[in-house]
Design a protein around this ligand. Structure first.
Ligand code: HEM
Length: 407
């Protein structure tokens, strides 16, 4: 019997997901308190029906002391303070999305791509030919960290703190931390929230041009106006943007550079036709995207794939599995740039909760590759692919390090 939280399954979930799709597309994980959903068509159905499958839940799948998965719920979500953006439904969700939606629109992100390219080029300028670097530390982290800090309007010198706090928040949500780590990360996450509250109070006094300024104006406009927000809502939105926007993109840049570096033909293709980089990024999201799954709670008794889901059931939407469903993608385990449905993956989710930062993540990953491809004739993996390891985390898949050799 598969154990979804066994270390080897977390590192390489693809055989487990293939088993699920084939044998148990809607699977009640034994004694764990939740179901997994793994087929593309079922994920589409669930994502489109946000009335039956609610996002209003604060829960995390954790590895318990016996090494098995267990759903940990908190009743925090009963308090309105906990129902924000990614974990809100209905009008509340719509209001939060309106407040920041335009900021992250594809057209705005395209206009800001020069800033991301400048950061990427600064990173790449330090890479000398013949050297070996860790592409996670030297490229994948600095781009989203600096870009997001600037976009939100936070002080640039706070980047190390923001990075550390993001790690702690990820640790809380990752399901694999020890009690000691959870205690430390919990305390740091509270400090992070206090920091954001303080910064936001300053912003309210003098709203600037960045995202914090937009949120401050929405608060000044008042909760009941279109797009208006309360202070705590604005701070909670900010928290989700930092936590949801940095580590995920680190994961995608890492996965994209890994795929480019481990296949010499891919590198040559990117150099010869840089216009194929956008498709390359999409295929990296599909095949090895950082968001492996999100949870939903059923608001009524329902049925999916012939399995009864009583009201109050928790289901895990396995985006990564859906993206390798052979009924949707031919030769799903292969990296194929010429797919006609190359953007049909669910790596950024679907429906009302479709990733707010998809255009940003796509743009940042594209410019990371552009900057590397422009100046480096050859980039290869400096270690065997089999030795690469991802951070132990059940919700975000991202490499711990990515040693590459530059030519
Ligand atoms: C490669 C990078 C990223 C991936 C793979 C990713 C993936 C996802 C996925 C799958 C969802 C849907 C969650 C659900 O349905 O429950 C989502 C939602 C979200 N993402 Fe991303 N994301 C990425 C980058 C970003 C960035 C850069 C931001 C910063 C703006 C961001 C902010 C959000 C927010 C706020 C939501 C919740 C949206 C809502 O509920 O309306 N993400 N993301």
């Amino acid at each position: 019997m598969w154990n979804p939280v066994a270390p080897e399954v977390v590192e390489n979930p693809f055989p487990f997901w293939a088993w699920l799709r084939e044998e148990a597309p809607v699977w009640e994980v034994p004694d764990a308190g939740y179901f997994t959903i793994s087929r593309y068509s079922d994920l589409v159905e669930v994502s489109r029906d946000s009335e039956t499958f609610s996002s209003e839940l604060l829960a995390v799948v954790q590895r318990d002391d016996s090494g098995r998965p267990r759903l940990q719920k908190t009743d925090l979500v009963r308090r309105p303070q906990a129902r924000v953006l990614g974990v809100a439904d209905g009008e509340m969700h719509a209001r939060h999305r309106r407040a920041v939606g335009r900021t992250f629109s594809p057209s705005r992100m395209e206009r800001m791509s020069n800033l991301a390219l400048e950061i990427a080029e600064r990173c790449v300028a330090d890479f000398s030919d013949g050297s070996e670097i860790d592409a996670i530390e030297a490229l994948a982290i600095p781009i989203p960290l600096e870009f997001m800090t600037r976009l939100l309007g936070l002080p640039l010198e706070d980047r190390p703190r923001l990075q550390a706090w993001t790690d702690h928040a990820m640790c809380m949500a990752g399901g694999l931390a020890t009690a000691e780590e959870l205690g430390q990360s919990g305390a740091e996450t509270l400090r992070f929230q206090a920091y954001l509250e303080e910064r936001f109070e300053e912003e309210l006094a003098h709203p600037g041009q960045e995202v914090m300024g937009d949120l401050a104006r929405a608060v000044r406009a008042g909760e009941n106006t279109v797009g208006g927000l309360e202070r705590w809502e604005a701070v909670a939105v900010l928290f989700q943007l930092v936590v949801g926007g940095i580590e995920t993109t680190v994961g995608l840049i890492g996965a994209a550079v890994q795929h480019a570096a481990q296949t010499p033909a891919a590198w040559s293709k990117l150099r010869e036709s840089p216009e194929s980089i956008a498709a390359f990024v999409e295929e990296a999201v599909r095949l090895d995207g950082p968001a492996t799954g999100n949870l939903r709670r059923t608001t009524r008794d329902t049925e999916l794939g012939g399995v009864r889901l009583p009201q109050g059931s928790t289901v895990a939407l396995l985006w990564g599995s859906a993206n390798r469903d052979a009924t949707e993608f031919s030769e799903p385990d292969r990296f194929i740039l010429e797919r006609s449905n190359i953007k049909g993956h669910l790596g950024f989710g679907l429906g009302k909760h479709f990733c707010l930062g998809a255009a940003l993540a796509r743009m940042e990953t594209r410019v990371a590759l552009q900057a590397l491809v422009r100046v480096k004739e050859r980039v290869t993996l400096a270690v065997d692919t089999e030795t690469l390891r991802h951070k132990p985390n059940l919700s975000i898949r991202r490499l711990q390090s990515l040693p590459i050799a530059l030519g």
